[in-house]
Design a protein around this ligand. Structure first.
Ligand code: NDP
Length: 271
């Protein structure tokens, strides 16, 4: 029987992860099955325990369970510990190991796929929720000059920076309207695009030579991408990040890193 994996969320029908992992399995010759798993909003833990009992080898975790997954894990990888959020579970030897591949996926997409190194760069990170949390440590590991975090609720951004006190000299917090100066990379880690909304940052943060990445993805460019492009920025959606975080999870589970470029190309064609 194939090794079993799934992605747990609520809702989950929209998830592209089964297609991505099926493509990785074909490409690497790994014998696995990967499906969607809808967990009741109050039933994440029970769902994970059922999967473990049924012999699943691991799972991805998506909205709204990433924080609960971090609490449920019996062991956390350092990057999941830093993020306080888990998107990948490995079930091994009676343990539920929690990891976070979202941030590494984002960095891989910016550095490798977009060809924009982050070393010495000034980055504007919009949002301070789970996705921003996951992105922070992997981005700091690239040695940027500064990461400015702008969020609607300032207290949440302050808490995020307080949790990364060891890196405080390279972090700053501001409200959207108070963002100042120019940036090399602007990352939208808010969920504003879901409501066709754009965080109200000054248009001057975008311009030629700026990479503006929205973590969200869809058939059409998001309103954030359209706004940034209209002010001269190069834009990117979150599909690359999704494909890259899946590759990192696949590596954790199977010990083999799949090639992402071909899968990304076929996902773009399929939209
Ligand atoms: P959270 O709910 O944890 O955080 C949401 C963030 O968005 C908060 O900072 C919140 O601010 C802010 N926000 C929400 N609505 C608005 C708005 N109308 N205007 C301005 N700010 C707003 O969500 P996640 O961090 O988990 O996800 C964020 C986005 O990233 C989602 O769109 C998600 O789909 C995407 N994502 C993509 C991934 C990928 O692989 N491409 C992986 C993970 C996430 P406040 O603190 O004030 O509430």
């Amino acid at each position: 029987m194939s090794d079993l994996y799934c992605v747990i969320g609520n809702p989950i029908a929209h998830s592209k992860s089964p297609q991505i992992h099926a493509a990785y399995a074909r490409q690497t010759g790994q014998d696995l099955a990967y499906e969607r798993c809808l967990a009741p909003l109050d039933g994440f833990e029970a769902t994970v325990r059922r999967l473990v009992a049924e012999g699943y080898r691991g799972a991805n975790v998506t909205l709204p369970f990433k924080l609960e997954a971090a609490r449920l894990a019996t062991r956390l990888a350092p990057r999941a510990q830093a993020a306080g959020a888990v998107n990948t579970l490995v079930f091994e030897q009676g343990e539920i190991v929690g990891d976070n591949t979202d941030g590494p996926g984002l960095v891989a997409d910016i550095v490798r796929n977009a060809g924009v190194p982050l070393g010495g760069k000034r980055i504007l990170l919009l949002g301070a929720g789970g996705a921003a949390r996951g992105a922070l440590l992997p981005m700091l590991m690239e040695n940027p000059r500064q990461i400015v975090i702008a969020n609607r609720t300032l207290a949440t951004a302050d808490k995020l920076v307080a949790d990364f006190a060891a890196h405080a000299e390279r972090l700053a917090v501001t409200g959207f309207a108070d963002v100042e100066g120019s940036f090399d990379v602007v990352i939208n880690a808010t969920s504003a695009s879901l409501a066709a909304d754009v965080p109200p940052v000054p248009a001057s943060v975008f311009g030629p030579g700026v990479l503006a990445l929205d973590m969200m993805y869809g058939a059409q460019p998001t309103v954030f991408m359209a706004f940034a492009a209209s002010h001269g920025a190069e834009v990117r959606d979150g599909l690359g990040m999704l494909v890259e975080q899946a590759a990192e999870a696949f590596l954790l589970w199977r010990g083999v890193r799949p090639d992402t470029a071909s899968v990304m190309a076929s996902m773009r064609l399929a939209r």
